[in-house]
Write a protein of this length. Structure first.
Length: 662
C-alpha cells in the first residue's frame, strides 16, 4: 500500500502526518466549516505542504516521524516558511535512504527506481474556496462531512480494542454495513485517525531510535508491530503493492502477512474506569454462590482481593496507544483442582464493574470445551469464542474465549486476561504470544496466570514474594493426588519389535481394564502410537483401542469417543497431557525416562488420573528402563502437594478417603 506525507502549520507550528486519503486531510485541516463538521475540535491550519509522490506506507510514516522529531529537537516545531518544502524533501529522502539501507547494506546507493521524484504542493485555505461545490475526488469525499464523520466514529467503535490488518478491518466494517466501501474505506479510516480514535501505520516498521542525527542514519532495524518480532524474523521479497523489496514478518505469518506496506489499524479503547468494588457485595457473599471447596475458596478470595485492589498508584496512560501497566497474579493449582470454576468469581467481578474479560488457552479443543461451561455460568453475558475458522471472528463480547494466537488481533481490549496453561506449547516457547498477551491488556488490567507446573523462574518469583500468587495443593473432591508407581520395562521400540509386552506391564494393564477404567497410554513419538495401539489390541484382546497424535485428522472425533466411553484404551503423545478429563481413568507413560518427558509433562500426564470424585484413586505408572531425575522430581512434586494439602487441612478425613477409594 502507498501513502502520502504532508506538513501543516497551526498557530505558527509545523507538524507532519502520513495519510492514505490526502483529500480528507486537506479538508479536515484547511477548510473551516468542513473540518468542524467532520469533527475537528481545534484550530484550522493556515497552510500546508503535501509531498506529491505517493510513498510505500512505511516510508511515508517514517518520513513524518523524522520531521516531527527533528523539528522538536530544533525548537518545538517552528520553522521558516521558505524552509518547509526543502525540509520535507530531506525527510522523504532520509526515509527512502533508510529503506534502501535496510534492504541491502548501510552504504548501498539509491538505485534509479528508488530515486527521489516529484516535489511538494502547497496547501492554502484560499485554494479551498468552493471546494465543496466542485466535482472530482475532493468534492465527492467532502460532499457530506457529517456523514463521513459519523461513519468514522462508527468504524472506530467497531475497531475499538482491535489490532487488524487492512483486509481484516474491511471485513469487519463490511459485515457491520458501515458506509465507506466506495472509497475502499480509506476516507473513513483516515478521518478516524485524524480524530484520534484509531492509529494507522505500517504493520512492520522501524524503531525511531535516538533523536540525534535522525536525517543522517542510513539503516533501520525493523519490528513487527502486531507480534513484536524483530529483525531476525524479517524476510524480504519483491512486492507488487509498493514496487520494491518489502519486509514481512515470518513469525506471525499464519495470521496473515504483516509487512512494511501493509496497513495496521489499532482501535483506541475508551478510558472509562471500572466502578469501585466497594459497590459490590462482600467477597464472602459473592463466593458462596459458586459452591467452591475450602481450598478453592481461600485461593479465589486472595485472587479477588488482588483483582479488586487499587492499582498501586498505576493510572491509565494519557496516550491511548502507550504500553499499559499490567498486574499479574499466579494461581498455582494442581491438575484437576477446578481452576475453571475458580476464575468464575473473578470474571463476575470484572463484569459487574463494567469491564471485559478474556480467557486465552493454547489449544483450540480446550477453547471449544470451555465454551458451554462459560455460557452456563454466565447466561446473561455475551460470549465470543475465537479460534482458526471461528464464525464469531469479528464479534465483540463481555467474555472472550480465544486461542492465544488470536490475541494478536487485539490492542488494550480487556480488563482481565486469564492465561490458561501458561507452561504449555506453544505459549511457553513463543515470545510473540507473550507480546500479544501483554498488548491485549487494557491500562491497569490484571493478568491471571493459571498453571499446575509453572516455569521454574516463575516458581522462584512466587516463593520470594515477587509474584503475587495462591497455591491450591488439592483437587476439588479433596482426595490426595495419585502417586505414580515406577515400573521397569524395555523401550517401546523393543516392545514393538518383539511384539510382546512384559508380564509386569501386561498384568497392570489387565487389572485396569478389569476394574472398568479407561486407559491413557502415552508414548514419546508419533510414529509409535498406531503400532502400540495394534500391539495392545492383540495382547489385551480388546477391540476398543485407538491411537491419536497432533498429525491425526480424526483426533477430535477420537477424543469425543474416548469421553463417551466408546474407546477404552487411547494411545497418544503429549498432545493429550492436558484438557481431557475421563471420570475413571488410569495412566501409563511408556519410555518415561525419555528426554521429551520432563517433570512438568510427567506431572501433567499423571494428572489425567483420579480427577473424578467417583474414582479419586486412579492408577499412574511410569514405565521405563531407568528411573530418571525427571521422574523422581515429578513424584516428589506430587507428594509435596499431598503433604501441603494434608497439613493445611484440605484433605477429607482418612477413613472417608479409604472408603471412597474402595
Amino acid at each position: 500500500m502507498r501513502a502520502y506525507v504532508y506538513v501543516i502549520c497551526i498557530m505558527g507550528k509545523w507538524k507532519a502526518y502520513s495519510t492514505i486519503a490526502p483529500v480528507v486531510d486537506r479538508l479536515y485541516w484547511l477548510h473551516e466549516s468542513a473540518g468542524q463538521r467532520m469533527g475537528r475540535a481545534g484550530e484550522a491550519a493556515t497552510e500546508g505542504w503535501l509531498w506529491l509522490q505517493p510513498l510505500p506506507l512505511g516510508d511515508a510514516c517514517r518520513a513524518a516521524a523524522l520531521w516531527n522529531l527533528e523539528r522538536e529537537r530544533r525548537g518545538g516545531g517552528r520553522s521558516d516558511r521558505e524552509d518547509v518544502p526543502c525540509a520535507l524533501a530531506a525527510c522523504v529522502a532520509a526515509a527512502r535512504k533508510e529503506a534502501v539501507g535496510a534492504r541491502r547494506s548501510v552504504r548501498a546507493k539509491v538505485q534509479q527506481g528508488d530515486s527521489l521524484r516529484g516535489g511538494a504542493e502547497r496547501w492554502e485555505r484560499a485554494a479551498l474556496a468552493g471546494e465543496l461545490e466542485g466535482g472530482g475526488a475532493a468534492g465527492d469525499s467532502a460532499a457530506a462531512p457529517e456523514g463521513l464523520g459519523a461513519a468514522a466514529r462508527r468504524a472506530a467503535a467497531l475497531l475499538q480494542g482491535r489490532a487488524l490488518l487492512r483486509s481484516e478491518a474491511q471485513a469487519l466494517l463490511e459485515g457491520a454495513a458501515v458506509p465507506g466501501a466506495d472509497s475502499g474505506w480509506s476516507d473513513v479510516l483516515q478521518l478516524a485517525a485524524l480524530l484520534g480514535l484509531v492509529r494507522l501505520h505500517g504493520s512492520v516498521a522501524a524503531s525511531i531510535g535516538n533523536r540525534r542525527g535522525l536525517l543522517r542514519r542510513s539503516r533501520r532495524e525493523l519490528r513487527c508491530l502486531r507480534c513484536g518480532s524483530g529483525e531476525p524474523q524479517m524476510r524480504r521479497t519483491a512486492c507488487a503493492s509498493c514496487g520494491r523489496e518489502c519486509a514481512y514478518c515470518s513469525s506471525c505469518i499464519q495470521m496473515g502477512r504483516s509487512r512494511e506496506c501493509e496497513l495496521l489499524i489499532e482501535g483506541h479503547r475508551s478510558k472509562e474506569a471500572l466502578i469501585s468494588a466497594r459497590q459490590l457485595h462482600s467477597i464472602e457473599e459473592r463466593l458462596s454462590k459458586w459452591k467452591l471447596s475450602p481450598a478453592q475458596s481461600e485461593a479465589t478470595a486472595k485472587a479477588l482481593q488482588f483483582v479488586e485492589s487499587p492499582s498501586n498508584g498505576m493510572k491509565p496512560t494519557a496516550t491511548a496507544f502507550a504500553i499499559a501497566p499490567i498486574r499479574s497474579f499466579l494461581l498455582w493449582a494442581v491438575t484437576g483442582a477446578g481452576k475453571t470454576e475458580m476464575i468464575f468469581p473473578l470474571m463476575e467481578s470484572i463484569l459487574l464493574r463494567g469491564g471485559k474479560a478474556l480467557i486465552a488457552t493454547p489449544r483450540r479443543d480446550v477453547v471449544i470445551e470451555l465454551d458451554p461451561r462459560i455460557r452456563k455460568a454466565f447466561p446473561t453475558a455475551s460470549i465470543v469464542t475465537l479460534y482458526g475458522g471461528s464464525e464469531q471472528r469479528w464479534e465483540r463480547g463481555d467474555i472472550t474465549l480465544a486461542t492465544t494466537h488470536q490475541l494478536l488481533r487485539f490492542q488494550q481490549s480487556f480488563d482481565l486476561v486469564v492465561i490458561d496453561e501458561l507452561d504449555a506449547f506453544p505459549y511457553i516457547n513463543d515470545e510473540t504470544l507473550h507480546y500479544a498477551a501483554d498488548k491485549c491488556c487494557a491500562p491497569c488490567a490484571v493478568r491471571l496466570l493459571l498453571s499446575a507446573t509453572p516455569p521454574l523462574a516463575m516458581q522462584r518469583d512466587a516463593r520470594r514474594g515477587a509474584l503475587p500468587h495462591a497455591r491450591i495443593p488439592v483437587r476439588y473432591h479433596r482426595h490426595p493426588l495419585p502417586v505414580p508407581k515406577l515400573l521397569r520395562t524395555p523401550m517401546v521400540a523393543k516392545l514393538l519389535q518383539s511384539r510382546r509386552l512384559p508380564v509386569s506391564l501386561l498384568s497392570e494393564l489387565r487389572r485396569s481394564v478389569m476394574r472398568g477404567a479407561q486407559l491413557f497410554v502415552f508414548v514419546q513419538r508419533i510414529a509409535q502410537a498406531e503400532p502400540m495401539a495394534d500391539l495392545l489390541r492383540s495382547q489385551l484382546r480388546l477391540a476398543e483401542v485407538a491411537a491419536t497424535s497432533s498429525q491425526d485428522d480424526e483426533r477430535s472425533n477420537k477424543v469425543k469417543q474416548f469421553r463417551e466411553g466408546k474407546i477404552r484404551v487411547l494411545v497418544t503423545t503429549t498432545i493429550l497431557e492436558r484438557g481431557v478429563t475421563i471420570p475413571r481413568s488410569d495412566v501409563y507413560i511408556l519410555d518415561a525416562d525419555g528426554r521429551l518427558f520432563d517433570e512438568a509433562s510427567l506431572v501433567q500426564m499423571a494428572g489425567r488420573a483420579g480427577r473424578s470424585a467417583d474414582d479419586p484413586a486412579g492408577r499412574v505408572f511410569f514405565c521405563s528402563r531407568e528411573h530418571s531425575r525427571s521422574q523422581a522430581r515429578a513424584v516428589s512434586h506430587i507428594k509435596a502437594m499431598n503433604r501441603m494439602a494434608r497439613k493445611q487441612g484440605y484433605l477429607l478425613p482418612e477413613p472417608a478417603s479409604k472408603e471412597v477409594s474402595r
